[in-house]
Ligand binder design. Structure first.
Ligand code: GLN
Length: 213
């Protein structure tokens, strides 16, 4: 049985449109989420790339921080890309002291980890569980995972390449229960496989269809 799956994209800031398009291509209903009532109406949520400090501030302004923490703690499937990964992390290195965390991922991330002078980095990498070969991963002022708890499944690391430098071997995609995160931006490359992986997770966790009558 497949219920109607509505997947929200947190739409306070960042590359919302690209995620909505990638989700729609997976065959789910994709909607922007800006208010608590809109959050209540979704089965799952994507936290887009953007700027985690700005999103953290806006989450408080829009009174979404606590409701979103609760939904994630209650097992709502959630996918964070880049700034979204930072928001989900238990702890952030090189963050701003006032930046708030949503939790959900037992990882420590380092913000802007690829180096202050390096705005972006691209490489092909294998992602565990994705069929049909490597993903072209685009990193934009991206974090990496410095350390992950034992309950966290590492899905991808930066492969050995001359251009990888200090990023070689760093963890850049993880999953813990219903929470998926990538330091890179699959929504920008037209490769729908990471979103399909997330949508499969969502379908598996679909709320039961309400009984009629
Ligand atoms: N550096 C940004 C931050 O700290 C993340 C960049 C991104 O999402 N592309 O949130």
């Amino acid at each position: 049985m497949t219920g109607l799956n509505t997947v929200g994209v947190l739409a306070l800031q960042g590359d919302v449109r690209e995620h909505l398009a990638a989700l729609t291509a997976c065959g789910v209903r994709a909607v922007p989420v800006r208010r608590p009532a809109e959050l209540d109406a979704v089965d799952a949520l994507v936290l887009p790339g953007g700027e985690s400090t700005t999103m953290s501030r806006l989450l408080e302004t829009f009174e979404l921080l606590e409701p979103l923490r609760r939904r994630i703690a209650d097992g709502m499937p959630t996918y964070g890309s880049c700034a979204g990964m930072i928001l989900l992390a238990r702890e952030v290195l090189d963050g701003r002291p006032d930046q708030r965390q949503l939790g959900g991922l037992d990882v420590v991330v380092r913000r802007n980890a690829f180096g202050r002078q390096v705005d972006s980095f691209e490489t092909d990498l294998e992602l565990a569980g994705l069929p049909d070969g490597p993903v072209h991963a685009v990193f934009i002022r991206a974090p990496w995972v410095e350390s992950a708890g034992s309950g966290v499944e590492v899905l991808a690391t930066v492969p050995r390449r001359p251009e990888a430098g200090a990023a070689e071997g760093r963890i850049v995609a993880v999953r813990q229960g219903m929470v998926l995160a990538t330091a890179f931006h699959p929504e920008l490359t037209g490769d729908g496989r990471v979103h399909r992986l997330f949508c499969d997770l969502v379908r598996g966790a679909a709320r039961p269809t309400r009984a009629v009558g």
